[in-house]
Design a protein around this ligand. Structure first.
Ligand code: SF4
Length: 371
């Protein structure tokens, strides 16, 4: 039967499975997180948005930072966008931060600052998908909506021995329906957290601890010794490769920065002027392009290079440092001291460059060329 998804998800199985998970949660689950058991939807929402695409250990600092600066939704709605982006710096996927801000403004304008209660209204907020809406509505209000995240999918695919792919529409629908069937409606919040915890601490991706798992008597993957075959993912699409050549233009101790405004990665963040290509090009070729653009500069050695992996693309970055004179023109932007520039929110790679030059925390001495 394995491979055909014929494993029963009938009521006996679902009750057995949910009861086992609930009993494990009551007696053995010791997983701690600051937002666990939280009933305030605003805090739950913050934690869920921060944790999207982010490990708990990394998200913790940002969670505490956000609740410190913005203890309620009104404070978040009134926040200065530059400050907000700076506080988010390093966490990546900046659209999450922009959507948090937009959603906070909507909650203040349309809901008088009170977090919406229904799943449907929560789902309408920018940046909130079915998983986040289910988490907020079940944790805060015990609404009967099952969460389906990576941990839940791993437990279900292994337990039922399902070869449904977790990253196509059919598979997502299957996991959503099964998770919803398993949900004990009156204990939705506690159960949702419990199955995610089980996936995180027992049914781990690499080394599941099946001997102490409450589900092992009926777990298909365990009984067949095929834990590593689940969950199934369709082959990844090849990532788009992008080459960014950043120009660090220095004039009288100030550096030129620009805000990214296009609908592209890093929208709303700052960067140094950049030339983008779809493949690696040598510096000489870049210089020809620069000359064609009429700019009176010539690139020399690469000062720093790095790569950054995003979900669907890889960014290869190179940084060129150039000293220019007062008469330099041709590129728009703001000339700031490195210390002032470092107060703006930059994507990870340019931020690392600034850091390496020692211009964060006021340590920069005004001369890039010395470093
Ligand atoms: S028995 Fe093993 S594979 Fe099955 S759910 Fe438990 S930890 Fe996961």
């Amino acid at each position: 039967m394995i491979g055909k998804d014929k494993y029963s998800t009938n009521l006996v199985t679902t009750n057995w499975l949910s009861n086992k998970i609930m009993a494990w949660n009551d007696e053995e689950n010791t997983r701690q997180m600051p937002w666990k058991g939280e009933k305030e939807p605003y805090f739950i929402w913050l934690s869920e948005i921060i944790l999207q695409q982010t490990r708990v250990e990394q998200g913790l600092l940002y969670y505490h930072r956000f609740i410190y600066y913005f203890p309620n939704v009104r404070k978040l709605a009134a926040a200065d966008e530059k400050k907000l982006m700076k506080l988010w710096e390093g966490l990546g996927y900046y659209s999450r931060c922009r959507n948090l801000h937009k959603a906070a403004k909507i909650i203040v304008a349309d809901y008088h600052g009170v977090f919406p209660k229904s799943y449907e209204n929560i789902l309408k907020l920018p940046g909130v998908g079915p998983y986040t809406a289910a988490a907020i509505s079940s944790f805060a209000y015990n609404e009967p909506y099952a969460v389906v995240d990576g941990n839940v999918v791993r437990v279900l695919s292994r337990f039922f021995g399902s070869y449904k792919s977790i990253n196509n529409t059919d598979g997502k629908r299957w996991f959503g329906e099964v998770a919803q069937r398993l949900l004990p409606k009156k204990k939705a919040g506690v159960y949702n957290q419990a199955i995610m915890d089980l996936g995180a601490v027992i049914c781990k991706p690499r080394k599941p601890q099946c001997e102490i798992c409450p589900l092992h008597n009926k777990c298909v993957a365990f009984l067949l010794g095929k834990q590593q075959e689940f969950p199934v993912k369709n082959k990844r699409i090849r990532k788009k490769q992008r080459w960014f050549s950043f120009l660090i233009l220095i004039r009288d101790g100030k550096v030129l920065i620009q805000k990214r405004v296009d609908n592209d990665i890093w929208k709303g963040l700052y960067q140094f002027p950049v030339y983008e290509t779809s493949s690696f090009v040598p510096t000489s070729q870049l210089n020809r392009r620069i000359s064609k653009d009429g700019l009176q500069i010539k690139l020399g050695k690469v000062a720093f290079s790095a790569s950054q992996e995003l979900t669907h693309q890889t960014i290869h970055g190179r940084f060129y440092v150039l000293l220019v004179t007062q008469s330099f023109k041709g590129i728009e932007g703001e000339w700031l001291t490195p210390r002032a520039a470092a107060k703006r929110a930059f994507p990870k790679m340019p931020a690392i460059f600034l850091n390496n030059l020692g211009c964060v925390n006021g340590k920069f001495d005004g001369s890039f060329s010395k470093k």
